[in-house]
Design a protein around this ligand. Structure first.
Ligand code: ZN
Length: 441
């Protein structure tokens, strides 16, 4: 490995975890959405870590097959009973309002209100998270226990929201390395009061960016915080000319719960990013799970759509939809833990260290095996069986075709990383091997 970068030296991981949890706690009450001031304020809050750059894309802008929607903002929303008491109040919990609800001022009987109420019979204490981005509608979410306790009679409903031409906001931060090749970290930022699904990824990405800033790095890193789906699509549409620089990437989500790490491979399945992350997890994340690509999930769906086919995987602890608290009020500040947030930051730093160390290699004498004995690299007595050091030389020479990296060769040969690294050093010194430019897709 050439000049390895040590990013974790002297880092107090438990302390890091506590600071990340503090940040998640500060943003937790805010009502984020795919547009609007809750999203904008949350992206501005990332400036606590790094000077992110915000982009504002006007409503109505065509982005790939989609159109940037009107901007939604909400000031207040409640349901009151006949005594005027607010029985459901958005100001207490942003999940109470169906995200993107249109303004409403009405009095209506329970029977007419009920189609607009959402609950979770299977978890009767929890409030669900619901959205209606692309169909004008309104609604409230509440616990099933509360829904069942509502008596017949008239209710007053007030939703003080606006749905008007405005902007979709996303935030970026780029760190220039020696090479223009980029690694993309992306975290969706559109969920309201949900701690694991959304805030954990946003926070860990921001601190990671801060720790990489100012380091001498071989590769460049781009960080993106954008609303799910429409935000990633908007960003892709606006960056069509620079996507060719992306040599690897990770969607970050659900990084604060107590589950083991789950890595979802890129659509390419065996890109450098897949090899690097599987190597790090095998090394440092007991019990981790590697999952094949599928076109469901978060923004890896957009980055890995066939026209782009970017080598972007996804790192989570427990993935979306695989924990009962997912998209409910139980995905809260107790569900995400400082230790797990800190552990996720630690794994991401290891991933960057490994990404920095990994190299694509090319054999400079690829026609037949070069004669290693005359270069002092091979045993001089024939007929004996080789050792691991010699096997490593042969594996490196054979796989170094410009399309395999140090880690690819380690994985395919089954030899220890250190043995393969030593062989690479010997072959480079002998003039038989060179590093090719950057990491290929
Ligand atoms: Zn979600």
């Amino acid at each position: 490995m050439s000049s390895p970068v040590h990013l974790r030296e002297g880092l107090d991981i438990p302390g890091e975890g506590r600071q990340l949890h503090d940040f998640v706690s500060r943003l937790y009450p805010w009502c984020r959405s795919i547009t609007g001031n809750g999203l904008r304020d949350s992206l501005n809050a990332l400036k606590q870590f790094i000077p992110v750059q915000l982009s504002e894309v006007p409503s109505g802008t065509q982005v790939l097959d989609w159109v940037v929607p009107p901007e939604w903002n909400i000031q207040d929303a409640w349901i009151a009973d006949t005594t005027g008491r607010h029985i459901v109040d958005f100001r207490h919990q942003s999940l109470h309002i169906v995200n993107y609800s249109v303004p409403v001022q009405a009095k209506l009987p329970l029977a007419e209100l009920k189609p607009h109420l959402h609950s979770l019979p299977e978890n009767p204490d929890w409030i669900p998270y619901r959205t209606s981005y692309y169909r004008e509608n309104w609604g409230f979410c509440l616990s099933h226990n509360q829904l069942q306790s509502l008596s017949d009679g008239e209710y007053e409903v007030r939703i003080d929201s606006t749905l008007q031409p405005g902007h979709l906001t996303y935030a970026e931060f780029r760190i220039q390395g020696e090479s223009a090749d980029e690694f993309l970290f992306s975290a969706h930022s559109c969920h309201p009061s949900l701690a694991n699904d959304n805030l954990s990824g946003m926070a860990v990405a921001a601190r990671l960016a801060q720790l990489l800033q100012g380091r001498r790095l071989r590769h460049s890193y781009r960080f993106l915080w954008a609303p799910g789906t429409i935000g990633a699509i908007t960003w892709l549409a606006q960056n069509l000319n620079s996507l060719g620089n992306i040599r690897g990437g990770l969607v970050l989500s659900c990084l604060g719960d107590s589950g083991v790490f789950h890595y979802k491979r890129s659509r390419q399945e065996h890109a450098s990013v897949d090899t690097v992350i599987e190597h790090v997890l095998a090394d440092s994340a007991p019990g981790h799970v590697v999952e094949a690509f599928e076109p469901m999930g978060y923004d890896e769906r957009q980055f890995c759509s066939p026209g782009f086919d970017l080598p972007v995987g996804r790192l989570s602890r427990t993935p979306n939809g695989q924990y009962p608290e997912y998209h409910t009020s139980a995905d809260n500040l107790q569900f995400v833990k400082p230790a797990e947030l800190g552990g996720s930051l630690d794994i991401l730093l290891r991933i960057v260290e490994t990404w920095e160390s990994n190299r694509m290699l090319r054999n400079l004498a690829p026609y037949g095996e070069p004669q290693l004995g005359k270069r002092g690299l091979y045993r001089t007595t024939g007929g004996t069986s080789g050792n691991a050091d010699e096997a490593a030389l042969l594996w490196v020479l054979n796989l170094a075709d410009g399309a395999h990296s140090l880690l690819d060769i380690t994985k395919r040969s089954g030899l220890p990383l250190a043995t393969v690294s030593t062989a690479i050093n010997h072959l480079e010194k002998a003039g038989l091997l060179t590093e090719t430019n950057g990491l290929q897709k």
